[in-house]
Design a protein around this ligand. Structure first.
Ligand SMILES: [Fe+2]
Ligand SMILES: [Fe+2]
Length: 472
């Protein structure tokens, strides 16, 4: 494997120094990235943060932990090691060698896929920029910043591909990735969930659980791509992504744990007056973040996605572990639909056009694991309440159910009934105000806010009361 040039201006394992033109192009994008980070990144001033930096991709360890000033973070370009025997695993090019260059006929589609993925990375940094000021502990603050710098690196990963393989169009798209902004009226981010606010830490944990997990599934399909540099880039990004979901999973664990403690201690469901987040409010936040994340998978049927698969641009989750013919030209799948008599049901379509549904189902199965885990906390406390994922038709703005309203049980209701009842299912202004009122900073070593339990372990073997962040 190539060794990493960690001390280059742009750390990388792609032999950037051998391509002076590309190196210069990226070095001229770098100051624009840094000014984006300064103006749209974390607002809380810090001296340094105990961060993980990707320094290589090998098995012997790929990350280095140290206190670093965030503006000096080594955002680098790292691709997983190249497998010289790798072949296309699906579609019409199945078994052919993978591509090291972009085939002309797929150029526009590949560029689009990379731009859409790239757009989500800086978007989440923008959404989370004000959370540091109200972090529940230094440990959590450090995790927030870790997620933020790695999303910044994921932007670098996509920008590298645009610069290296898509010429002038690619360079222009790389600039646009810094110009669109989350929630902006004139130039918003491309996907809906990335224009939503992340105004409090419960939202942040839900976002990292549900929305970063969408990212995991999208990256998983791009990791299968016949375009090998994209595949290798995404494979390495997935490594970093798992920590983001860990932050979400354990964050919600700890909120539920604290809520349970207060419920038992005060013998009530209404833990709000005792400084906790009531279980039904946690459920409403879950309903919201899960449903907007389901929208990210697109329509139940899509001919674009069928074409991406057939051409080898984007595979399925765990493509190699599937036992079918990997071409799917004669297969069918049941997808969610509003039936002819207006009911919420399913309809059969060609498997190729139903691939968004296939991916969404993999995702839903994975989401259920978290819910089971949080319910174990309730169960072992002897409480009868349970959290759950709402029905796939609930609160959808994209796809088959965009035009209808449904309860979390999947019962179709009229728009009037929805308007009347939605406050029971989605966070109301009162709920949001309560959650926000709990968001007071705890920036003291070893201390934690009262609405969340401390973590079981610290980061990289350090204790919870380690000095993870030095504030400016
Ligand atoms: Fe990411
Ligand atoms: Fe992420």
């Amino acid at each position: 494997m190539t060794t990493a040039d960690y001390f280059e201006k742009i750390p990388n394992n792609v032999d950037l120094h051998e391509d002076r033109r590309l190196q210069r192009a990226l070095e001229s994008w770098q100051p624009n990235f840094l000014s984006w980070w300064e103006s749209m990144g974390p607002t809380l001033p810090t001296d340094d943060v105990y961060l993980r930096t990707a320094v290589n991709v090998g098995r012997e360890g790929w990350a280095h932990f140290d206190h670093v000033a965030m503006r000096d973070y080594r955002w680098g370009i790292f691709l997983a090691e190249r497998n010289r025997d790798r072949r296309v695993a699906f579609g019409q090019h199945k078994d052919e060698p993978v591509w090291q260059k972009v085939p002309g006929e797929y150029r526009a589609d590949l560029q689009r896929l990379i731009v859409i993925q790239g757009d989500t990375e800086p978007a989440s940094v923008e959404q989370q920029r004000n959370l540091g000021a109200v972090a529940p502990s230094l440990y959590d603050l450090r995790n927030l910043f870790q997620v933020n710098v790695e999303e910044g690196r994921h932007l670098w990963a996509m920008v590298y591909l645009l610069h290296a393989y898509f010429g002038r169009d690619g360079r222009e798209e790389a600039e646009e990735l810094l110009h669109r902004n989350s929630g902006s009226a004139e130039s918003p981010r491309i996907l809906g969930a990335f224009n939503e606010e992340t105004p409090d830490w419960l939202s942040f944990f839900m976002f990292t659980y549900f929305t970063d997990r969408d990212g995991k599934y999208q990256l998983g399909t791009l990791k299968e791509s016949a375009f090998d540099p994209l595949s290798r880039t995404c494979e390495f990004m997935l490594k970093e992504e798992s920590h983001h979901m860990f932050v979400g999973t354990t964050g919600i664990d700890r909120v539920v744990e604290r809520t349970v403690q207060l419920m038992l201690q005060h013998d009530t469901d209404d833990v709000g007056p005792y400084g906790g987040i009531p279980l039904n409010v946690i459920q409403k936040y879950l309903n919201f973040h899960y449903s907007v994340s389901l929208d990210l998978f697109g329509s139940e049927t899509s001919t674009n996605v069928a074409n991406y698969f057939t051409s080898g641009l984007k595979g399925r989750w765990s493509e190699e572990r599937r036992t079918d013919d990997h071409r799917l030209t004669d297969e069918f799948i049941m997808v969610d639909a509003v039936t002819e008599d207006g009911r919420i049901g399913q309809t059969e379509v060609a498997a190729l056009v139903g691939l968004n549904t296939d991916l969404r189902r993999e995702y839903i199965g994975d989401c259920q694991n978290g819910v089971n885990r949080w319910n174990k906390i309730l169960e072992s406390a002897g409480l009868p309440q349970r959290l759950r994922l709402p029905h796939v038709a609930f609160n959808r703005k994209v796809g088959a159910f965009a035009g209808i309203e449904a309860t979390p049980d999947g019962e179709r209701i009229s728009p009037e009934e929805w308007a009347r009842r939605k406050g029971a299912w989605l966070p109301t202004d009162v709920d949001k105000t309560h959650v926000r009122s709990l968001m007071r900073p705890v920036h003291e070593r070893g201390k934690i806010a009262a609405w969340i339990a401390p973590p079981r372990q610290g980061i990289n073997g350090k204790p919870f009361d380690y000095d993870y962040v030095h504030l400016a």
